[in-house]
Design a protein around this ligand. Structure first.
Ligand SMILES: [Zn+2]
Length: 179
């Protein structure tokens, strides 16, 4: 049976580890006899395997840490400062972008609305009937412009009216804080 070089080379590690069946081993050896390319590949692999057996864990010399610290201290500080400043600017820009994204995306989920209105998610759930929202599958979504409109409508009312949820809540809060 004539094997393709790719197939032989994919079996070479197993061959070197002596993991192949007798037949497979024979087929590969026959191929190696007539193929320089695969033989070269096999020798290279063998050398790598041999070399890896003699590798020793690296022991840092006793003064390695001292030398390293000296080198760090010697490193020119202006470069490091510039680098840090650049990082700082990048970080600020990213934070800004992230915050903008958080607050300006037109469609928000309940957590984003809660953050937007600076209130807890639980509290928001309790006033869901009053808040413009729509359902996406099982998920609730809010349109930012609708929320803004809803806020504007609230702003127009000078005083919270008794009977609407805000009024109730407001009264609850007042009575809680006074008791
Ligand atoms: Zn070959």
């Amino acid at each position: 049976m004539r094997m393709r070089c790719v197939d032989v080379q994919s079996e070479l590690v197993a061959y070197l580890d002596n993991e192949l069946s007798k037949i497979a081993k024979t087929v590969i050896e026959e191929h190696l006899e007539s193929c320089e390319r695969c033989t070269a590949e096999m020798i290279a692999l063998q050398e790598t395997v041999e070399a890896s057996k003699t590798w020793q864990p690296i022991q840092p010399s006793s003064n390695f840490m001292i030398q390293l610290r000296e080198q760090i201290e010697d490193a020119s500080p202006p470069d490091l400062a510039t680098e840090l400043r650049h990082l700082r600017i990048t970080l600020d820009l990213l934070t800004q972008q992230l915050q903008q994204e958080k607050h300006t995306s037109e469609i928000m989920d309940i957590e984003q609305v809660a953050a937007y209105l600076r209130m807890g998610v639980d509290e928001l759930w309790s006033m869901l009937d009053d808040l413009p929202h729509f359902q996406l599958g099982y998920e609730l979504r809010f349109k930012k412009s609708s929320i803004d409109e809803w806020i504007r409508a609230r702003e127009d009312r000078n005083e919270p009216g008794i009977g609407d949820w805000y009024g109730d809540r407001w009264l609850q809060r007042m009575s809680r804080s006074s008791s």
